[in-house]
Ligand binder design. Structure first.
Ligand code: GLA
Length: 394
């Protein structure tokens, strides 16, 4: 189901479709961005994450073609692209990097034998780009759903997430975990999902309906370094597993190590591998604890765990930055804020705060002002409820 703002966006998309292609769009798909409440940098360690889909999404309207080509018009860029499904190549044209996601997904879906013969489409999104809210996962998941639909097939939502992850890894070139694609595909309205990234199963955890809000604050610091640092963290975690296996031969990932087990042998790990392992192992536990605290309605405990997560990411995992720290600090200075942390891969992007509804007004006035005093940057706030995952809406 579309929310009110998606309905308005679809009107614009429908009229753009008519202008571009001289016919109406038959099929419409949506896939949301996400915010992660807790469980950061745990997904590529087979661990737990607790994200929610957000009320910001990618919408694609399309109609089939039969000539083996995909034509796509991106409303956000006022730019059109055309490519053949056979022999898909990434484009190096910087004006249309966005279309690489579409190309990647066409390529992966063909490889999986989805039988589609082409598409005309119009794409429009309101997930901020490059802000750590998974605009790319939303684009991949929406495109995958489009190609499956045009092939006349249904697709299991976990499979859709896995194929979107493959597209990002193999075609776009970042060695990401499964969290973003999974929550974009399987998100549940008004719930966060406690996802076990090893078994690829989840438990839906209800979010409070009243009294408290999730507030996303964008640092507006564009994320530099993130891809190379991300891959470095991954390999540091793998190094930790190799060393810890000497004491605990049964482990295959940091997910298998308890906080007590790590503490007992931490000294064997060299810096910074020790700090990286400490973050992942404690974060996994915090994620399980947060799911329990949410279910028990213990918001104070939730906030405490979010605060600890941020400290661990900043100090042990070294993926925060001055702007994220300032924004988290500004948020925590407002009475009625339960907790605040960076969300996503880090090095810029967004923070997430749990804010009592009675504190929302003060939050929205004072946090951007405090942040601007400290950094000279404008923080952009988004209050969101948890949204439904990807779906065909027409
Ligand atoms: C990015 C990746 C995810 C996850 C987070 C960090 O968003 O795409 O798979 O690893 O970073 O938690």
């Amino acid at each position: 189901m579309l929310n009110a703002s998606e309905k308005l966006r679809l009107q614009e998309i429908d009229s753009t479709f008519l202008t571009q292609y001289g016919r109406a769009a038959e099929v419409v798909l949506r896939a949301p961005g996400r915010v992660n409440l807790i469980g950061e940098h745990t997904d590529y360690n087979d661990g737990y994450v607790l994200p929610a889909a957000i009320e910001r999404s990618m919408l694609i309207a399309c109609s089939p073609r039969t000539d083996g080509k995909v034509q796509a018009f991106a409303v956000n860029y006022n730019y059109s692209t055309l490519f053949s499904i056979d022999g898909v190549q990434p484009t190096s044209d910087t004006r249309e990097r966005w279309s690489n996601y579409l190309r990647a997904m066409a390529w992966v879906m063909k490889r999986e034998n989805f039988d589609f013969a082409g598409a005309d489409c119009v794409i429009q999104g309101d997930v901020p780009l490059g802000s750590g809210l998974s605009s790319s996962a939303a684009m991949l998941v929406a495109s995958g759903l489009m190609f499956a639909t045009l092939a006349g097939s249904t697709i299991d939502p976990v499979k859709l997430a896995l194929l979107a992850q493959q597209a990002e890894r193999e075609f776009v070139g970042v060695n990401v975990g499964i969290m973003d694609q999974y929550i974009s595909s399987l998100g549940k309205a008004n719930h966060a999902l406690l996802i076990d990234t090893r078994s690829l199963t989840y438990k839906a955890v209800p979010l409070p309906e009243t009294g408290v809000s999730m507030v996303i604050a964008d640092t507006n610091k564009k994320r530099g370094l993130v891809d190379s640092e991300y891959n470095t963290r991954r390999s540091e975690c793998e190094q930790a597993v190799v060393i810890l296996k000497q004491t605990y031969p049964e482990i295959t990932a940091l997910r298998d190590v308890s906080v007590a087990q790590l503490a007992a042998v931490e000294e064997q790990l060299p810096a910074p591998v020790r700090q990286r392992a400490r973050h992942v192992v404690t974060e996994n536990q915090r994620t399980l604890d947060m799911a329990d605290a949410l279910e028990a309605g213990d918001l104070a405990r939730c906030g405490e765990l979010m605060n600890q997560s941020h400290e661990s990411l900043a100090r042990d995992y070294a993926v925060s930055c001055r702007e994220l720290d300032e924004l988290v600090g500004a948020a925590r200075s407002i009475p009625g804020v339960y907790g605040a942390r960076m969300t996503g891969a880090g090095f810029g992007g967004c923070t997430i705060s749990l804010v009592a509804d009675t504190a929302l007004e003060e939050f929205s006035q004072r946090v951007p002002a405090l942040y601007n005093d400290a950094t000279g940057l404008e923080a952009v706030l988004t209050v969101t409820r948890a949204a439904q995952g990807a779906e065909r809406v027409r």
